[in-house]
Design a protein around this ligand. Structure first.
Ligand SMILES: Cc1ncc(COP(=O)(O)O)c(C=O)c1O
Length: 489
């Protein structure tokens, strides 16, 4: 047998030195050992949070009850049992401040978690700010976003309670790929209803969902009553998250082996995302800093909540933090919607939840941040906006893409168009601070990479992106849909 012989000098980092072997780990760069000059703040796998943080018991005003659309009375666990496993229903209404993460879920999390936290030094230089900018990067997960943090947990509890198949919707395709990844690893079948405009804009996301073994169709589809009703009225419907949710809920409600899985909005989904903020708190400590401003983009609200809730716990306890939610001007739910009871889907199949909404049949313009095209926002976030613990701003997509390219040109990562809203928010905050002669510590969530969004970048670079800002009349028209529904207390 021939042995492979590799010249010692090819291991440059492990070079033999006079006086014996020296490990690369001993070659500590003294400059970079100081937090002030470091780029990445990393946690070890053993430092993965062991519990999710539940903000509900810490909130100054209790969230409004979820109502049965038929009776107007609060829904009970039995009403939700056809759609969700009991363990998730329990988490939905839990008053426990922390909920233990099952070992099986932690095992899968450890494939990519803890995720890195970066000091965006090059971005700071590029815009010439005096502020310090940090970002938590969730794009390192296998599907490329924060979504698997809840997908894995949901697949786990469903499997444990005997379901063999999950049905879901997806906007940009990030959630569909996350759930198809989780179902593959846990051993469940998966059906994905993908909003038609994204299905057409993002063939590679479609392929990724199929590669993990899920069945995928464009929504509205002919396969459900909800889909057929929409197509009869509007055969060229671009679809929306509200419509795709109706299709997935109908699918799940009609089959005993199938549960419904939602990628955002619900309390238990936001809960599962709080690993992000808990890690970020520890990493900011490693950096010797604490944020003055915490920023995330908001579709249904899960990545924003994931980063912000553990910091809001500090804010509620008395620390001063500005918490900013960034949304598209084409779907300005928090900035221009109303706080009201509404359905989570277009065909009115879900219970009624109190949230900021533009009305359940509002179909947002087909902007490229497909994951932010949702008529409502998580009830927990809506309540916290109402209580003035969170503020919100809306941005036009050309401004957002311009900021995405400033970020890509300095930090290197091409962000998902959704995540670019948080980048734009961070740049706005930094610019304003500079104008006011202030120096702030800014932390934002980079919820995913944009490697499957290159058509959007092509459109932007070719000058073909339209800015869509809604006029008041259109919002008024959309809000007719909620007339007659119960009013929150
Ligand atoms: C990368 C990315 N960020 C953000 C979102 C918005 O969802 P949420 O508000 O639930 O985080 C999505 C949704 O698909 C997404 O793909």
């Amino acid at each position: 047998m021939t042995r492979l012989s590799v010249p010692k000098e090819s291991f440059t980092g492990l070079a033999l030195r006079r006086g014996g072997r020296r490990s690369i780990l001993e070659d500590v760069d003294q400059t970079r050992s100081r937090a002030e000059s470091r780029t990445k703040f990393l946690l070890d796998e053993t430092q993965l949070p062991r519990r999710w943080y539940n903000i509900a018991p810490d909130m100054p005003a209790a969230p409004q009850p979820v109502l049965h659309p038929g009776t107007g009375e609060p829904v009970g666990p039995d009403d939700l049992a056809p759609l969700f496993p009991m363990e998730l229903i329990g988490q939905e209404v839990s008053e426990e401040p922390e909920i233990e993460i099952p070992d099986e879920v932690l095992d899968i999390y450890s494939l990519w978690r803890p995720t890195p936290l970066y000091r965006a030094r090059r971005l700071e230089e590029a815009i010439g700010t005096r502020s310090r900018i940090f970002y938590k990067y969730e794009g390192v997960s296998p599907p490329g976003s924060h979504k698997p943090n809840t997908a894995v947990a949901q697949a786990y509890y469903n499997k444990k309670e005997g379901r063999t198949r999950l049905a879901t919707e997806t906007g940009a395709g990030q959630w569909g790929s996350a759930l198809s990844f989780a179902c593959r690893l846990i051993g469940l079948e998966c059906k994905v209803y993908m909003v038609r405009v994204s299905y057409e804009q993002k063939p590679a996301r479609r392929s990724m969902i199929k590669a993990w073994g899920a069945d995928i169709v464009a929504s509205p589809s002919e396969g459900t009553q909800s889909g057929r009703a929409i197509l009869t009225e509007r055969p060229d419907s671009p679809g929306s998250l509200g419509i795709a949710i109706s299709e997935a809920v109908e699918d799940a409600a009609g089959r005993d082996d199938t549960a419904y899985s939602l990628g955002s909005v619900l309390n238990h989904v936001l809960l599962h995302q709080t690993v992000i903020g808990q890690e970020a708190l520890a990493q900011m400590e490693l950096a010797g800093a604490f944020p003055d401003v915490v920023i995330g983009c908001v579709g249904g609200g899960s990545n924003f909540a994931g980063l912000a809730f553990p910091f809001l716990r500090e804010k509620i306890a008395g620390r001063e933090i500005d918490v900013l939610a960034c949304e598209p001007a084409a779907c300005p739910t928090l900035t221009r919607g109303v706080f009201a009871y509404d359905f989570g889907d277009t065909s009115k199949l879900t219970p009624l939840v109190a949230m900021h909404t533009l009305g359940h049949d509002f179909v947002p313009a087909p902007i490229h941040a497909g994951g932010l095209r949702y008529h409502g926002v998580a009830p927990l976030i809506s309540q916290l906006v109402r209580d003035e613990l969170i503020r919100a701003e809306a941005f036009l997509q050309n401004d957002v893409f311009a900021s995405a390219l400033v970020f890509a040109g300095s930090e290197g990562i091409l962000p998902a168009p959704e995540a670019a809203h948080a980048i734009h928010g961070a740049l706005q905050v930094a610019r304003l601070a500079d104008e006011e002669g202030e120096e702030r510590t800014i932390l934002f969530n980079l919820s995913g990479h944009g490697h499957f969004d290159m058509a959007a970048y092509d459109n932007y670079l070719a000058g073909n992106l339209e800015d869509v800002a809604l006029d008041e009349a259109e919002i008024g028209r959309a809000l007719h849909a909620i007339e007659g529904l119960p009013t929150p207390a």
